[in-house]
Write a protein that binds this ligand. Structure first.
Ligand SMILES: NC(=O)c1ccc[n+]([C@@H]2O[C@H](COP(=O)([O-])OP(=O)(O)OC[C@H]3O[C@@H](n4cnc5c(N)ncnc54)[C@H](OP(=O)(O)O)[C@@H]3O)[C@@H](O)[C@H]2O)c1
Length: 421
């Protein structure tokens, strides 16, 4: 696949679909998962019409934000690491041939002329016209690394004007994760403590320099957190402060031993006992077994336990397969009791694996967009890659290294080309 500009389709390619307002090219160019783990390939696909998807909007993709889940083949960390055969079967049967990517920012290329989307002026869906700039997510395994995508309208909002397409594409998945994890608990606390006290919560973000962590620090501040403590390595301390962290604890200090981390937490924690812990690091990844476990430290260490307020919640973004199953039941069925009745309570905290919800998130994207337009939320993009299988493979390697500061984005339409459109 060559430069992104070689994909730009001319109006002569357009097919006048019966239900489409706007124009679409006859084909789209995309990147798909290959059969072998870690491989990707480039493909050209015919564009279907939108007749059977009247609540979807065709978007010309300008930029795609990548997340670790894309590099882990979407289903990768939901199965035990040693289940190699199952993992490779799932990859070849379910994932191979699908387009990677959840996040996108782009412009509306075509809308269904009839159908629910146009009839519906519900407040919780964006009112759109061809040419509008939007950002959002695609459902799992439907992918965004393509020149054009049919995106669900209930998973998008107008792109924040303050952000470029590249910055906006970096925001949806991590912004939604932070918002969905923090907002329910912070809203509750603020309400309980009185409307005038809009800054009642203390939040601890473990992995504060990563894609999710750095946005979570900013979202927590936007939601009124009184203080945010971040955990990261030495090289990211200043970065976490820049994101709005009140205190930053360096987990690599003194060679990265657990006792130093405990001591540093005990030095900073008492000023702001934690109401919410958002743990963006703990997972079933074998690398987590090599060092200390944050979960054990924060959940079982008697001294650290004193830093957590009585009703503190502990949300982690990864964990063993059984926890993914529990989180899936909570996510799909809304049954929170799954945690109460199927886990042995070793401590008083509400400890759960959190799994992001994508459907009907337009209003949450709107909330993030408002924060961005007010200058209070800015995803940091560490690297921008071009739209080729080789470059995306490199980006996946970066993500798998778990050393990314902020986000990685693939650019399909260069900002300079956008001026000409
Ligand atoms: N369940 C869900 O719905 C959901 C949603 C979003 C993300 N996730 C998962 O959450 C995890 C984090 O996602 P992400 O986008 O933030 O990943 P990421 O951007 O790849 O995270 C990289 C960051 O993690 C930090 N890090 C690595 N090991 C650490 C440690 N031991 N202690 C503290 N920080 C550490 C690194 O900082 P240093 O270089 O300073 O160590 C780096 O900045 C991934 O596994 C992802 O798949 C799950």
């Amino acid at each position: 696949m060559g430069a992104a500009s070689s994909f730009l389709c001319t109006q002569a390619d357009a097919i006048p679909g019966q239900l489409i307002a706007g124009t679409l090219p006859a084909v789209r160019h995309c990147i798909v998962y290959g059969k072998e783990d870690g491989t990707l390939r480039e493909e050209t696909q015919q564009l279907p019409t939108v007749t059977d998807q009247s609540d979807h909007v065709w978007v010309r993709v300008h930029a795609v934000g990548l997340n670790p889940v894309d590099a882990k083949n979407v289903v990768g960390d939901k199965f035990p690491h040693h289940w190699r055969i199952v993992r490779s079967w799932v990859r070849s049967a379910l994932v191979a041939g699908t387009i990677p990517g959840f996040d996108y920012a782009g412009t509306v290329a075509a809308l269904p002329k009839h159908g629910r989307a146009l009839k519906c002026n519900a407040d919780d869906l964006p009112a759109l016209k061809v040419g509008d700039a939007v950002f959002g997510t695609m459902p799992a395994l439907q992918g965004t690394l393509a020149t054009y995508i049919a995106a669900p309208r209930h998973q998008m909002w107008h792109k924040p004007e303050s952000l470029s397409f590249v910055q906006a594409a970096a925001l949806p998945l991590v912004g939604l994760t932070a918002y969905q994890c923090l907002q329910p608990h912070m809203a509750f606390r603020n309400e309980k403590d009185g409307a005038s006290n809009a800054s009642a919560s203390s939040v601890l973000v473990v992995g504060g320099s990563g894609g999710t962590g750095h946005v979570a620090i900013q979202v927590a501040r936007n939601l009124g957190a009184r203080c945010v403590t971040a955990v990261c390595s030495t090289r990211n301390v200043a970065f976490c402060h820049q994101q709005g962290a009140t205190y930053v604890v360096d987990y690599t200090a003194n060679g990265g031993d657990k006792d130093t981390l405990r001591r540093h937490l005990l030095e900073t924690g008492p000023a702001c006992p934690f109401d919410i812990v958002l743990d963006c690091v703990s997972s079933a990844d074998p690398r987590d077994q090599q060092t200390f476990s944050y979960r054990q430290l924060l959940q079982q260490d008697v001294h650290i336990q004193k830093l957590l307020n009585e009703a503190a919640v502990y949300r982690r973004l990864g964990g063993p397969s059984l926890d993914w199953l529990r989180a899936g039941m909570e996510q799909k069925l809304g049954w929170t009791g799954v945690w109460k009745y199927t886990t042995t309570k070793r401590n008083s905290n509400d400890d759960r694996l959190f799994w992001i919800r994508f459907p009907h998130t337009s209003l949450q994207l709107q909330a993030l967009s408002i924060m961005a337009n007010q200058g209070q939320l800015l995803p940091k993009v560490e690297k921008v890659y071009s739209f080729s299988a080789t470059d995306v493979e490199r980006a996946f390697d970066d993500l798998l290294s778990r050393r990314v500061r902020g986000k990685i984005v693939v650019e399909l339409v260069k900002e300079t080309d956008q001026q000409k459109d």
